[in-house]
Design a protein. Sequence first.
Length: 136
Amino acid sequence: MYGCAPSGFVSDCPARLAVEILSDKWAVPVIWSLSQGPLRHGEIADVIHGVSRKVLTQTLRRLHGHGLVASEARPQAGYRLTELGRTLIEPIRVLTDWSARHSEAVVDSQEAAAVLPLAQSRRPRHQRRGVPAIPA
């Protein structure tokens, strides 16, 4: 699969790049907000509740650096997805669908893990019962 080892991510695995980009807290909301068309900075902030203007600017710069977002020179500066950025809309939609279908199971697992005895949760991962060891 595109140079990825079957046992995990190797240093040059292309999936690592996607995970790096999409794991940023605000990247997916910014990309999704721009999926309907260009928006000004303030409009993006209005669509994405909870992001500060400073963090939004940093996120837009990072996405611009990855070639996913472009600035528009119009009477009021705006942002739009590049063709490359638009290619992420479908994967984000798939992840959103997965989350909608499985969020309850994830929350149940999180709650169950929260009640584990503290001693068990402090053991190294490979020593916990039922957790397979990570190959070296």
